[in-house]
Design a protein around this ligand. Structure first.
Ligand code: NAD
Length: 283
């Protein structure tokens, strides 16, 4: 039976560590870490994510400042807000919730964030630092994936890792982190040919495709560790919906360890955001 990697418990432990770090900073007379969360428009999923991030900030003692802008906000107005947040010494982290409305170029907005406050790790400077292994702020979901892997893998050196998905927010950064640990990394995507056979060679599988149950049990080598990043809400025959990962969870008994969906990678993402905010405040 595969070990179930309990993302909820690991995220809770990380948040406890973050809360202790915040308390220590305050006790030392340092400023309370501050996170500005910018939400443009009223996408329902984004509202839920932003609400969760803000409530988790409160739990660990991070001061969060919410900026809600109308869906028709002009790009220049958003850029002006980012400039003001960059200049505000009480703000240590800036998070712009994606997606942004069509009139706004998300790339331009992310590029405008001070890299030292870029707690999502999406700024080209932080992407460059990650790819050169020179520190910086690391994107939250990939960072969370590595923390989950660390609970079951001591030595990554020479392991075969296959990443499914090449997005800038998950696939590519997680590949960089695995490469840094000296795994042999294969990054696959929608146009990859022979994906099942590529996955069969892997000691570590990180699935971040957003394709429900794409990875079948017989794609996974016995003893492999499987990190399932995908989350898709699918309709059930009885009219209800449920969250499904990228891996056929019920076919993974022969794996060494797997992450559940929900309760695996998901909780780690916010916990890593809080940890990144404290890192930004301390640097
Ligand atoms: P994305 O759409 O930006 O990228 C998906 C990637 O998967 C692409 O590179 C695409 O080529 C590849 N892909 C899609 N279908 C594939 C297939 N059938 N075979 C092989 N490759 C395929 O998505 P993303 O933002 O990277 O997110 C991926 C998934 O992870 C989504 O389900 C998303 O909801 C989830 N996610 C979860 C968290 C979390 O906190 N748990 C965070 C971010 C993303």
């Amino acid at each position: 039976m595969a070990t179930l990697i309990d993302g909820k418990a690991i995220a809770r432990a990380l948040s406890n560590t973050t809360a202790q770090a915040v308390a220590q900073m305050v006790a030392d007379g340092l400023p309370t870490p501050g996170l500005a969360v910018v939400l443009v428009g009223n996408d329902p999923a984004s509202e839920v994510y932003v609400g969760r991030k803000i409530s988790q900030c409160a739990k660990v003692g991070i001061h969060s400042i919410e900026h809600r802008l109308a869906a028709d906000t002009a790009q220049d107005d958003l850029l002006a807000l980012i400039a003001a947040l960059n200049a505000d010494a009480t703000v240590h982290g800036i998070l712009v919730q994606l997606p942004l409305p069509a009139q706004i170029d998300a790339g331009k907005v992310l590029d405008a964030i001070d890299p030292a406050k870029d707690v999502d790790g999406f700024h080209p400077v932080n992407v460059g630092r990650l790819s050169t292994g020179t520190g910086g702020l690391v994107p939250c979901t990939p960072l969370g994936c590595m923390m989950l892997l660390d609970t079951v893998i001591d030595n990554y050196r020479g392991l075969d890792a296959v990443v499914i998905g090449k997005s800038n927010i998950v696939g590519k950064p997680v590949a960089m982190l695995l490469l840094e640990r000296e795994c042999t990394v294969t990054v696959t995507h929608i146009a990859t040919q022979g994906l099942p056979d590529i996955v069969r060679k892997a000691d570590i599988v990180v699935a971040a495709a957003g394709a429900p149950e794409l990875v079948k049990g017989d794609w996974v080598k016995p003893g492999a560790v499987v990190i399932d990043v995908g989350i898709t809400r699918v309709n059930q025959p009885d009219g209800t919906t449920r969250l499904v990962g990228d891996c056929a969870a019920h076919e993974m008994d022969h794996a060494r360890a797997v992450t559940p969906v929900p309760g695996g990678v998901g909780p780690m993402t916010i916990a890593c955001l809080l940890a990144n905010t404290v890192q930004a405040a301390q640097s």
